[in-house]
Design a binder for this molecule. Structure first.
Ligand code: ZN
Length: 246
C-alpha cells in the first residue's frame, strides 16, 4: 500500500489540486492520509471540502479550523486574523459540507500508523514544535508512526527503543527509512499555507512495502490564490504570507 499524506489545506484550491494530481498521477498512491484543517484562512472552503469528500480512499481527522468553522471548537483563543477567517468560513460553508466536517474523528489508528491533527495527547489543539513536547507525547504514540499536522512545519521526531530522541527537518526530497522498532512523529508539512520559508505546497509519500517516506514540494499558482483571498474580503495578510511561506 502506498499512501499520500496531506495536511493543512486551508481552503487553498490551487495547492490542493496540484498536490492531489501529483499523488494520483505520478505516485499512483492507493490511499490518502489527511491530518486535518481542510478549511480556514483561504477563500475556497466549499471547493476544497468537496474534493476531499469525493476521495473514497482517505483517512481524515478533524483540525481546529475544521471544527472551529462549524462551531464544535472554541475559537476565542484564535488570533484575530485566524478568527476573522474561521468566522468567514463558517458563514460560507454549505450545510452538506458543514455536516461532513462535523463528523470527522479526532484520531484514527490503522495498521502501523495513527493520525491526529495536533498531538496524541491533545488531538485538536496541541502544537509539536519541540523535542520536549514530542517526549511528553511519546507514551501516547501507540503505533510505529504518528502522522500530525497543525504546525505547518515539515518535521520528524523519533525515539529508538533505548529512548534516544532525534529531530530532523523534512525538506523537499527527504527520504526517510522507517525503522519498525522506533516510534515516529511525522509532520509532512502544509498543502495550503506552508510556514517553513518554502512557499511551495508540501506533501508526503509513504510506501508500506519498502517502509520509506519521502517529502515532495510542488509550486502552485500563488498569485491566483492571493487574488481569491483578497477578492473574498479576507485579511490581506493571509494572501501575503503565502508568498513568503511563513
Ligand atoms: Zn492549520
Amino acid at each position: 500500500m502506498k499512501y499520500g499524506i496531506i495536511s493543512d489545506i486551508h481552503s487553498n484550491l490551487e495547492a490542493l489540486n496540484i498536490i492531489l494530481d501529483y499523488l494520483k498521477r505520478s505516485e499512483k498512491i492507493d490511499r490518502f492520509i489527511c491530518c486535518g484543517d481542510i478549511v480556514g484562512y483561504g477563500a475556497k472552503p466549499n471547493e476544497c471540502t468537496e474534493i476531499i469528500r469525493q476521495l473514497d480512499n482517505c483517512y481524515m481527522v478533524a483540525g481546529n479550523h475544521d471544527w472551529g468553522a462549524v462551531g464544535l471548537e472554541d475559537t476565542s483563543f484564535f488570533n484575530p486574523i485566524a478568527l476573522a477567517a474561521v468566522e468567514w468560513t463558517g458563514r460560507h460553508l454549505t450545510e452538506d459540507n458543514r455536516n461532513y466536517l462535523k463528523n470527522f474523528a479526532s484520531e484514527i489508528e490503522e495498521n502501523n500508523f495513527m493520525l491526529v491533527h495536533g498531538s496524541p495527547g491533545d488531538p485538536i489543539n496541541e502544537y509539536i514544535f519541540e523535542q520536549s513536547t514530542f517526549l511528553a507525547n511519546l507514551p501516547r504514540i501507540k503505533k510505529n508512526i504518528c502522522f500530525v499536522g497543525h504546525t505547518h512545519i515539515p518535521l520528524c521526531f523519533y525515539a529508538t527503543p533505548s529512548q534516544e530522541i532525534k529531530g530532523i527537518p523534512l525538506d523537499d526530497g527527504t527520504v526517510l527509512e522507517i525503522n519498525p522498532t522506533y516510534k515516529y512523529l511525522i509532520n509532512c508539512g502544509s498543502v495550503g499555507q506552508p510556514r517553513d520559508g518554502d512557499p511551495r505546497a508540501s506533501c508526503g509519500i509513504y510506501d508500506e512495502e519498502t517502509n520509506i517516506l519521502r517529502i515532495k514540494r510542488i509550486k502552485y499558482d500563488i498569485a491566483k490564490t492571493q487574488e481569491e483571498i483578497l477578492n473574498a474580503g479576507l485579511p490581506s495578510s493571509l494572501a501575503l504570507r503565502l508568498g513568503r511561506g511563513r
